[in-house]
Design a protein around this ligand. Structure first.
Ligand code: ADP
Length: 414
């Protein structure tokens, strides 16, 4: 069974084609700058006769439909393609950012699901319209293939009211759906499952804290295998310090910015989402550059790293309290997977919580799931490479084979 995973942004389509029987990615790519004067397509076929093939194309891509047609052309191309005909694709799995309280699990897309995704646009005004466009284009280009929506928010739907409600007039929740939703759910769910497999225990028996540290960053507290709290909130702005987002601030700060600096809502929104975080504190949102700047004694980079890692340690403490005795703390995404220095600083001084990094294991490079804690450590510290696309493909296959127990048994590649 071949599944095409689609992640549509307002001017881009990211795609990856999986052969689920072989548990293998066949091709992946990115169509970007859609609707701009010069579009760009980067396509990589994982292997054609075992030789990786990549193709970069600069061309005008008028709209998402044209972009999707180009993806099909590349997938069936005699030189850069991996399939003979688009009919080989059994289904499409779409990343959808916001499923609100409606979606606790992936769903086969029909009119009702489309209407519900549309209904959640006020909660994700930038993402859901683009995701919807991707679905509509997917349906137009692959009319025979069933399509499945996999929601970023779904994994966090088990969070209890005391953790998802804000202390605001209740009507804001009951009428306007103001609450914590959380994001990066597909990644948190994927690494939690991989961690459980690595530890050789059923996930439902484990308490974990997962740290997704990429450009966006969030943590999840997982108790008995289900999410009980997460750092992102109603929007992805809350919580940890991120590449360009502030994370937690005093909610009164926007009033100060408006009253004293004359900033508009638009200015404040841009400031907190695009000009803050690591970038705001020290001029770059690339963690490698922040670490380099700190090594050359830049005081702002130092401060940025201290605020970044202090916030994580603070939430680790909080999540010990809510998730109970932990089996493991799991690092993932660009920074979590690749930066021993940040992992070390996140765990520094937490031996009393059972968190002790092994310096050698932490600095050893690797692309597999690995344990970087000292052998006697009470809590395992794991690095688990995330793979949101694979998780979306697995979830899509699960939905498509729900009525076939034999096929269900083989939906996991993890
Ligand atoms: P996105 O949220 O855009 O998917 P990623 O998960 O790719 O982000 O993570 C991007 C972040 O990972 C950037 O801050 C980048 O600097 C950081 N990163 C990648 N490799 C390393 C590394 N070797 N050391 C430190 N940071 C790294």
């Amino acid at each position: 069974m071949k599944i095409l995973v689609i992640n549509t942004g307002s001017s881009s389509i990211k795609y990856q084609l999986f052969d689920m029987e072989a548990c293998r990615s066949l091709a992946s790519g990115l169509v970007e700058r859609i609707g701009e004067p010069a579009g760009l397509i980067t396509h990589a076929a994982s292997s054609v006769n075992d030789v990786p093939v990549t193709k970069v194309e600069e061309t005008v891509i008028a709209d998402h439909h044209t972009g999707m047609m180009r993806i099909v052309d590349l997938l069936v191309d005699p030189h850069h393609g991996v399939i003979r005909d688009k009919s080989e694709i059994s289904g499409l799995g779409h990343r959808v950012v916001h499923g609100g309280e409606t979606f606790h699990a992936p769903r086969l897309i029909g009119q009702e699901v489309l209407a519900a995704i549309r209904d959640h646009i006020p909660l994700a005004p930038l993402h859901n319209p683009a995701n919807l466009m991707g679905i509509e284009v997917g349906q137009a280009v692959f009319p025979a293939a069933p399509q499945v929506a996999v929601f970023d928010t779904a994994f966090h739907q088990t969070i209890p009211p005391e953790a998802f409600l804000y202390a605001l007039p209740f009507e804001l929740y009951s009428r306007h759906r103001v609450r914590r939703y959380g994001f990066h759910g597909t990644s948190h769910a994927y690494v939690a499952e991989r961690a459980a497999a690595f530890l050789g225990k059923p996930l439902r028996e484990l308490n974990l804290v997962t740290l997704h540290l990429g450009n966006g960053a969030s943590m999840a507290a997982i108790r008995h295998g289900v999410c009980v709290d997460t750092t992102m909130g109603m929007t992805p702005l809350e919580g940890l310090v991120m590449g360009t987002r502030s994370g937690d601030i005093d909610p009164a700060l926007p009033f100060f910015l408006a009253d004293h600096l004359g900033m508009s809502f638009t200015d404040i929104d841009a400031l907190l989402n695009k000009e803050s975080g690591l970038k705001g504190m020290c001029g770059t949102n690339d963690m490698r550059e922040v670490l380099e700047k700190e090594a050359s004694k830049d005081p702002q980079a130092r401060a940025a790293l201290e605020v970044y890692t202090y916030r994580i340690r603070k939430y680790l403490g909080a999540y010990y309290a809510v998730a109970g005795p932990l089996a493991a703390v799991v690092f993932t995404a660009g920074i979590g997977e690749h930066s021993p220095a940040i992992r070390e600083r996140c765990c520094r001084g937490l031996a009393h919580l059972g968190l002790e990094l092994d310096e050698g294991r932490n600095t050893e490079p690797g692309n597999e799931v690995r344990d970087i804690s000292v052998p006697r450590g009470a809590v395992r510290i794991l690095v688990v490479p995330t793979n949101e696309e694979l998780k979306i493909a697995e979830e899509t296959m699960k939905v498509l084979t729900a009525a076939e127990p034999a096929a269900q048994a083989s939906t996991s590649c993890s």
